[in-house]
Ligand binder design. Structure first.
Ligand SMILES: Cc1cc2nc3c(=O)[nH]c(=O)nc-3n(C[C@H](O)[C@H](O)[C@H](O)COP(=O)(O)O)c2cc1C
Length: 356
């Protein structure tokens, strides 16, 4: 029996379990070294963003490795980069279970984890150990910063996140777009977000080699709100890039699954188009700032469409729930083919091609 066969047996077995149990088991399997190392990645996938080299633009989105437990095995299995978190300043349990639902008929997931987190200190210690023991830094790892449910001073929570992680993270993401912490998404209002970003930036400026600061946006923002936010935060040089997008609270009437009306953030195919539209919007409004595109990427074509719309990098989550962590490599291989077929020598050359 080949490792590949065992692997596909294991991933189909995981789908029979409730999604949160499958999620925990997947993390354990990665930690135990049960996920095979990825094959060599096609050379045209290597790309450089913020001066950092990515072996592939296809990374793992926030919310899978929330507590920084499996960064090294994920990178070894072929993830171009990993974003850990969301991490909250203090540990908190998140919402009661069940809090993740598969919608297979819709190639989608609804989650309302609500920032279950071991807290800053635990994740920071694990990242420090990872940096110490992995050879040559070991790959690109970003940190998704959240805040506790009972937080009364949001700018202070994000400032604390920067102070804890700026020395170990390759990028930092201000996440005010998850739908499962009451009031969090209201922080995307221009004035409030500017205050949070200013607090984070001030803390960041005290580090010698400060990592780039990103803001992750909700697909439920209006186009006008996105334009205003992006123009304002780009022009002041406050933000170095954008992640587009988080999950949606919208429920398109095309959804077929019996879980469609569950409360939480919807991800996967139903957000694919809106998130690609927003990538294009943010690309234009920011004058070509680096964007990480996320939302319904389950194939090389889906990744390529976001890159052409303006994404320099891509993140995947829901497709992994259905096809396992090796899906990142498959998406990369397909993307490599798309680039070659259209005569692009590199990912970089295709970024924003639809606008030119
Ligand atoms: C189970 C689950 C948990 C998530 N947790 C987080 C999180 O903690 N922080 C965050 O910014 N996004 C989180 N997300 C959103 C993803 O990072 C991603 O932006 C979104 O799911 C769209 O990508 P996809 O369609 O490939 O899943 C989560 C998504 C899922 C499915």
């Amino acid at each position: 029996m080949t490792a590949g066969f065992l692997y596909s047996l294991a991933t189909s077995g995981l789908r029979l379990l409730d999604p949160e149990t499958a999620h925990r088991l997947a993390i354990r399997a990665l930690q135990a070294g049960l996920i095979p190392a990825g094959p060599p990645l096609p050379g045209n996938l290597a790309t450089t963003v913020w001066g950092k080299r990515f072996p592939s633009p296809i990374g793992l989105a926030a919310g899978f490795d929330k507590d920084a437990e499996a960064m090294a095995p994920l990178l070894r299995s072929g993830a171009g980069f990993v974003e850990i978190g969301a991490v909250t300043p203090r540990p908190q349990p998140g919402n009661p279970r069940p809090r993740v639902f598969r919608l297979p008929e819709d190639a989608a997931v609804i989650n309302r984890y609500g920032f279950n987190s071991a807290g800053h200190a635990v994740a920071r210690d694990r990242m420090q150990a990872f940096r110490r023991y992995s050879m040559m830094g070991g790959g690109v790892v970003g940190v998704n910063l959240g805040m506790n449910k009972d937080e009364t001073d949001p700018p202070a929570a994000y400032r604390a996140g920067v102070e804890q992680f700026a020395g170990v993270a390759d990028f930092l993401t201000i996440n005010v777009s998850s739908p499962n912490t009451p009031g969090l998404r209201d922080l995307q209002q221009e004035g409030l977000l500017a205050e949070i970003v200013a607090a984070a930036r001030e803390a960041l400026d005290r580090f010698d080699r400060a990592p780039p600061l990103l803001v992750k946006l909700s697909p439920d923002l209006s186009d006008a709100a996105v334009d205003t936010l992006v123009e304002r935060l780009t022009s002041g040089g406050m933000v170095d890039g954008w992640i587009v997008s988080n999950t949606t609270i919208a429920r398109p009437d095309t959804l077929k699954s019996r879980f469609a009306s569950h409360v939480g953030g919807l991800s996967g195919q139903p957000v694919r188009q809106r998130s690609t539209e927003l990538v294009a919007r943010v690309y234009r409004a920011s004058g070509g700032a680096p964007i990480i595109g996320a939302g319904g990427v389950d194939s090389g074509i889906a990744a390529y469409e976001k890159i052409r719309a303006g994404a320099a990098l891509i993140q995947v989550y829901t497709a992994l729930i259905y096809a396992g962590p090796m899906q990142l490599v498959r998406i990369g291989e397909q993307l490599s083919g798309c680039l070659s077929a259209d005569g692009f020598a590199s990912v970089r050359a295709a970024v924003g091609a639809d606008h030119h």
